[in-house]
Design a protein around this ligand. Structure first.
Ligand code: PEP
Ligand code: MN
Length: 447
């Protein structure tokens, strides 16, 4: 039912590491195959049901996290901060946007990156040096040395362990009281004095608290007040990892990729005859595909036919990333034709990847205003067509980094060096993320 790894590679797999030692690859894959699942198939089905509600216009997806997780970043503080900002954003969208929010982290597996070039050249005092590009901690190291940049398959085992630790902590947080709505103030406490948006959040939290007290007084205290459903996702890129973690579910006898609840195919690996589309067409998880500015309606329809032949609601999410200047013209014909064909799909906006540029200081960055402009374009296209703007997919962190410019704090290009920590694309910081959620909530009220 699932092609073996060699057959998948033979089919043509873009963006794969070139491992120097095939025996070491086999050993790493064998270990991964022996490990237990990171998620359960039933949880994937639950998420699929929630995404079906998104595709029907009854819920909104918030998907967010790092561009690239790092093994060193698996600390309690880092994971908690990411979860905390996502919980804050979700509560803003739910309360202020008046819509159920599906919460999906870009975490516990987001360790492999597609690159535009296989190599990176840097000037050194001894002249230019060319090494393999950094492809994420799943593949090689970030340091610019020949040793670090050599792809090492054992890293896939490290990624499994790091993802297990991350998910374990997330599960403990969301089920152990941290995600209780009565914590709505606590998520903000170290932050409240720092920004206008945090203060705005505080006012909203006061209103929620009053509502909770009222509900309690009348005897209503449902489970939903005390915990949330939080799911994991990452780009399914390195075939060895995804294949080894694809397992037959004992309930249904069907294959699931148990590395994550949701996996997506990136803009650079969505070739209709390629290995990534092939593998993800065989699994039962809810899946996504990134659609960039060159996507035609026929491309989208071909992907839907291959990835969701039964047209099952919730199975397929199109994550569009056209860029602020291309979204209005580019997205409309795709949505129009896909909708006219009766295709069930959730439409989600990634306002990050079409808006990246290099600042004069050399840092890769994004303008907050471009991010918002793309989301606004996304909402406008859907409103004009009578379709549902189903969610946002954002690169963010819970920390006060300086990676994207603009936002209410007016971070300037000159500030980028202060705290630029991403090993790949620039992320919204905590204030920018909260601001985005207020702006999106406003768009939702008008949708
Ligand atoms: C990403 O999500 O980090 C990414 C590489 O996106 P895309 O495939 O849309 O370029
Ligand atoms: Mn990215």
């Amino acid at each position: 039912m699932i092609p073996d790894l060699a057959a998948l590679h033979a089919q043509g797999a873009a963006q794969q590491p070139t491992y120097p030692d095939p025996t070491a690859v086999d050993a790493a894959v064998a270990r991964l195959r022996s490990f237990p699942p990171l998620v359960f198939a039933g949880e994937c089905d639950d998420l699929k049901g929630k995404l079906a509600a998104v595709s029907r216009g009854e819920a909104f997806l918030l998907q967010g996290g790092d561009c690239a997780e790092t093994l060193a970043g698996v600390t309690a503080e880092n994971v908690r901060n990411k979860l905390r900002v996502l919980l804050q954003m979700a509560v803003v969208l739910t309360y202020s946007g008046s819509v159920p929010v599906v919460k999906l982290g870009r975490l516990a597996g987001q360790y492999a990156k597609p690159r535009s070039s296989d190599f990176e050249t840097r000037e050194t005092p001894e002249g230019p040096v060319t090494l393999p590009a950094y492809r994420g901690d799943a593949v090689n190291g970030f340091d610019f040395t020949a040793e670090a940049r050599m792809p090492d398959p054992h890293r896939l085992v490290d990624v499994y362990n790091a993802s297990a630790a991350t998910l374990n902590l997330i599960r403990a947080f969301v089920n152990g009281g941290y995600a209780d709505l009565r914590q709505v103030h606590t998520w903000n406490t170290d932050f409240v004095r720092e920004s206008h948006h945090a203060q705005r959040y505080e006012q909203m939290a006061n209103e929620i608290e009053r509502a909770l007290t009222f509900m309690k007084a009348i005897g209503a205290n449902p489970d939903e007040f005390h915990r949330v459903d939080f799911y994991s996702s990452h780009e399914a890129l390195v075939l060895e990892y995804e294949h080894a973690l694809t397992r037959i579910d004992s309930r249904t006898d069907l294959p699931y990729d148990v590395s994550s609840h949701f996996v997506w195919i990136g803009e650079r690996t969505r070739q209709i005859d390629g290995a990534h589309v092939e593998l993800l067409s065989r699994i039962q998880n809810p899946i996504g595909v990134k659609l960039g500015p060159t996507t035609t309606a026929d491309d989208a329809l071909a992907l839907a036919a291959k990835l969701n032949p039964a047209n099952e609601p919730g199975r397929l999410t199109f994550i569009t990333r056209f860029g602020a200047d291309k979204i209005r013209e580019g997205l409309a014909p795709v949505v129009e034709k896909v909708t006219a064909a009766g295709t069930n799909v959730a439409w989600v906006c990634d306002p990050m990847h079409g808006n990246t540029f290099t600042a004069s200081s050399g840092y890769k960055t994004r303008r907050f205003d471009d991010v918002i402009e793309e989301v606004q374009g996304f909402f406008d296209v859907h409103r004009a067509l009578g379709t549902w703007p189903g969610g946002v997919h954002v690169e963010l962190t819970g920390d006060d980094v300086t990676e994207c410019v603009g936002g209410g704090e007016e971070l300037a290009e000159i500030d980028l060096g202060n705290r630029y920590e991403s090993v790949c694309d620039p992320r919204l910081n905590r204030v920018q993320s909260l601001e985005l959620s207020f702006l999106v909530a406003k768009m939702l009220r008008q949708a």
